[in-house]
Ligand binder design. Structure first.
Ligand SMILES: *Cc1c(COP(=O)(O)O)cnc(C)c1O
Length: 425
């Protein structure tokens, strides 16, 4: 079987004799059939094929197949954004009246989706620390719990999750473990190998990698036995009247039930499809992902080491630094490196961090992360500027915190830019 670097370049599409070498962009909303019977079979999910790009498109499916192979799953789909991927992954199995256990250290947009928007839909979330013990995690479950959710490397907290412990505990309670693998990418971590059931991505970050297109993905490991917990998952284990009484878990098995239901119901009803053009860009990003991740991590490591010895910096978070809280866990789950995002504190607090940011020349101020170009954010003065120091502390952000996303430039140039800006404080 091919290794991850080869999968980045080649998986998902194998042209036949005389066919295009690069994946074709099927820029078509609809597909033509000879008879109504042919089309009817698609609507009944009796045959696989395409009829309308709001649900499925061949270009998207080629790219989803590549991601599926890279993560080691059995089925996958692309979505219009990472937000749509996480929403679909959870909403596919949790209904009004259900409950989900989620890590508290997750992307702010996901936290909002869960704690505010999905709460309005009648789904309750209990947030647990990413560093909780198994007993603490056990205590968060309720009879109506349907899933556990976490991030491999939390954005922006940079916590590294104990994936095995979270997956085992979820399974002991008869529910799947869903993990957002955006920051690590399947190049640096494949959560399915550690027991995760459903993997999600914001492909907007490293996978696209060039700040060109917003997108998301969901990959199913194909191992969770829905039928063994049929009482918890009626949506997968009882007939779907909107599809002529199909029962997903029996018709498509462990390997296909989750993604088929997600496509047939959620994509049909919400239409959060990625455009085939964006899927094409995503595939270009994937072709060099393994080369870029290596450089992102090398640059992240060198920059973290530089910052650690600087007398203008009070603290540095980077799981590749010996002595970092997550160093040992990162050695287990991320032996080839985690990501290029480093967070640190500038001595002198909010004002010093502001002066530092203003003085950067090469590193741009952006809310984005995980891009080929280095970028930097001072949350206390940007995304969280309406908060005072006490309010910041409550969401785990200190006034001096700077989040730096190391790109793939020459690392000496990055360090020189940091140094001149630190010297201006
Ligand atoms: C950015 C991000 C998301 C949301 O993705 P979008 O593509 O912006 O919708 C979800 N999870 C993580 C970890 C992210 O970094």
């Amino acid at each position: 079987m091919a290794r991850i670097e080869t999968k980045c370049v080649q998986s998902g599409y194998t042209p036949k004799n005389g066919e295009p070498r690069q994946i074709p962009i099927i820029q078509s909303t609809t597909f033509k059939y000879d008879t109504s019977e042919d089309m009817g079979k698609l609507f009944d999910l009796e045959a696989s094929g395409y009829f309308y790009t709001r649900l499925q498109n061949p270009t998207n499916d080629m790219v989803a197949a590549k991601l599926c192979d890279m993560e080691g799953g059995t089925a996958a789909m692309l979505t219009s954004s990472g937000q749509a991927a996480n929403f679909f992954a959870v909403f596919n199995i949790a209904n009004c009246g259900d409950h989900v256990v989620a890590c508290s250290a997750i992307y702010g947009g996901t936290y909002n989706l869960f704690a505010v928007t999905m709460k309005k839909m009648g789904i309750d979330f209990t947030f647990v620390s990413p560093d909780c013990t198994q007993e603490e995690l056990d205590a968060a479950f309720r009879p109506n719990t349907k899933a556990v959710f976490g991030e491999t490397i939390a954005n922006p907290a940079l916590c590294v999750l104990d994936i095995e412990m979270f997956a085992k505990t979820a399974h002991a309670h008869g529910v799947p473990f869903i993990i957002d693998n955006t920051f690590a990418t399947p190049v640096n971590c494949r959560p399915i190998e550690w027991g995760a059931d459903i993997v999600t991505h914001s492909t907007t970050k490293y996978i696209d990698g060039h700040g060109a297109s917003v997108g998301g993905a969901i990959i199913d490991a194909g191992r969770f036995d829905w039928m063994a917990h049929a009482d918890k998952f009626p949506g997968l284990c009882t007939p779907d009247e909107s599809y002529h009484g199909i029962t997903y878990a029996t018709k498509f098995g462990k390997e296909g039930a989750f993604i088929t239901k997600c496509t047939a119901q959620l994509m049909r009803d919400f239409g959060s499809i990625q455009s085939p053009q964006n899927a094409f860009y995503l595939n270009l990003g994937l072709e060099s992902l393994h080369v870029r991740m290596k450089r992102h991590c090398e640059n992240g490591q060198a920059v973290a080491e530089y910052l650690q010895q600087s007398d203008k910096v009070s603290w540095v978070n980077y799981s590749g630094l010996p002595g970092d809280k997550y160093y040992e866990r990162a050695r287990k789950y991320l032996p080839n490196g985690g990501c290029g995002v480093v967070s640190f504190g500038v001595k002198g607090g909010r004002a010093a961090a502001e002066k530092f940011m203003k003085s950067l020349k090469l590193i741009a101020i952006e809310t984005h992360v995980a891009d080929a170009r280095s970028c930097c954010l001072h949350p206390a003065n940007a995304t969280h500027r309406q908060m005072n120091d006490e309010e910041l502390a409550a969401c785990g952000i200190t006034p001096d915190l700077v989040r730096l996303s190391c790109g793939i430039e020459n690392v000496q140039d990055l360090i020189e830019d940091l140094e001149q800006a630190l010297n201006r404080i």
